[in-house]
Design a protein around this ligand. Sequence first.
Ligand SMILES: Cc1ncc(COP(=O)(O)O)c(C=O)c1O
Ligand SMILES: N[C@@H](CCOP(=O)(O)O)C(=O)O
Length: 471
Amino acid sequence: MLHVSTRGEAPALGFADALLTGLARDGGLYLPQTWPFLPHETIKGFAGLPYAEVAKAVLGPLVDGDIPQADLSRMIDEAYASFRHSAVCPLTQLDDNLFVLELFHGPTLAFKDVAMQLLGRLMDHVLKARGARATIVGATSGDTGSAAVEAFKGLDQVDIFILYPHGRVSDVQRRQMTTVDSPNVHALAVEGTFDDCQTMVKGMFNHARFRDELQLSGVNSINWARVAAQAVYYFTAAAVLGSPSRPVSFSVPTGNFGDILAGWVAKQMGLPIERLMIGTNANDILARTLATGAYDIKGVEPTTSPSMDIQISSNFERLLFEAYGRDGAAIRRLMGNLAQSQSFTIDPGPLARIRNEFSALAIDETNVADEMAKTYKATGYVLDPHSAVGTRAGRTLLKKRPEIPVIALSTAHPAKFPDAVQRATGVRPALPAHMADLMERKESFSVLPNDQAAVERFIRDRARAVKGVAA
Ligand SMILES: Cc1ncc(COP(=O)(O)O)c(C=O)c1O
Ligand SMILES: N[C@@H](CCOP(=O)(O)O)C(=O)O
């Protein structure tokens, strides 16, 4: 299986090369050339299977032999053995036909672990097999960074540099990145927003000399393998509720559009999904886009769900590519407009195709707090603010079609955002035992200006790939 770029001008790559490449050389994002299809009988058999077995069935055709099946299976088993819940991603009922898919039982308490625990192993495996090394650069609004640091710390083949917006992540999120004492881990507090960090990371990938010199690799959801690994839990959750005989809808708290895109991928692979609801916080660019067709960037507003304080929603490009019939030239035009004027307009045909499958709703701060408070009062269940965006948006789907179950993705453990949770519910959630001393651990990070050249200098000074350290 080859992978093609959304901008149509980069070489097609196999899975392992796409995994190491991250952003395509034409600035686009990789996607498989065709979608493998899982027969209904196969999906039916997922009910009751261990998570790792479903992961093997879903990822096998996507990896398509590019990593030997035995190695892939071993890495999947190891990745999901690190989760604190035996179901890995358990499903809980919250209300009539409203379910919560808990994705926060991995080591860093957010859904990012589900893909990152596997990605770390896959990258290490491919790099070792090739005798190569990589410098990973990543942008985070809090959770990707912690999950990546956890997955890549101590690896000989890899140095990892995580850019996060200085002062705009929660204390728990920051400490998860800054208290890891490992020579290959570097936490960079950038004086800017998450979008600034992500733009710099893309800028480094588009700086060919720097990219080649450092052997850059990426772990954000611009990396196709991240999205592929996230598609698995859509299958496990739907199978519990009777899929494929019974269609379900998903409501997904959304920022960079990677998680909900993974649901769309599961649908392309044969999972009967009725609707995909994009839940945004007050940073509502995606809700406005679906309503008007105009993708129009405004300033980012800090909220109680900081991981979703995003305006440049990278993976939306992958959906646009599909909605435009895989026309790379059309995507180059839209992304050129975005770079030049901070906006673009989706043509009527592609917009209709998107609206046919996706709904979108912005949940403001009052309603996020209200959702946490009411849910706790009615059920005793403590939601984090990101997950509350998902359940609140999901409730509107249920009002329209009460007979179709809605699965809301719960993307973070409430203990990652204790202040907001306590304000809304009166409960201060405790960190699990393995992180109980997090607030006492010593921090180490570097504050850098929002300036790509300065960040590149910093990385070049510290990356072992530049110094020719043997792999
Ligand atoms: C807790 C949490 N919820 C939701 C999101 C949004 O996910 P995505 O960026 O894949 O849309 C993020 C960030 O990615 C997150 O960290
Ligand atoms: N919310 C994310 C932002 C980056 O998203 P990614 O899925 O593209 O890595 C975060 O927590 O860092």
